[in-house]
Design a protein around this ligand. Structure first.
Ligand code: FES
Length: 90
């Protein structure tokens, strides 16, 4: 199976029901793409429906069977790239 990063891009307009896209998941994915390219790390990024962790989004996950990342922001991108590098070697 091809290794990928799933990014929840589910959007809800209702502020009482949080969603990853309303919390900036698409922007975080763009920043992740930019930084991966800068470091020449090749992994596919794919949009995903709700992962069920809406209260701690934006959420990303390495697949198959990899780590989840919650509350992703620009500050977490370096940590995710580190995990991607390890994941690609496994
Ligand atoms: S909206 Fe992203 S996990 Fe539910």
């Amino acid at each position: 199976m091809v290794k990928k990063i799933l990014v929840c891009t589910n959007y809800r307009a209702n502020p009482n029901h949080p969603s990853c896209a309303a919390r900036g998941s698409k922007e975080a994915a763009l920043e992740l793409t930019r930084q991966l390219q800068g470091k020449n790390v090749k992994i596919e990024i794919e949009e995903s429906p709700c992962m069920g962790f809406c209260n701690i989004g934006p959420n990303m996950r390495l697949i198959p069977g990899g780590e989840f990342f919650h509350e992703v922001s620009d500050k977490k991108i370096a940590e995710i790239i580190k995990a991607v590098k390890i994941f690609l070697k496994t």
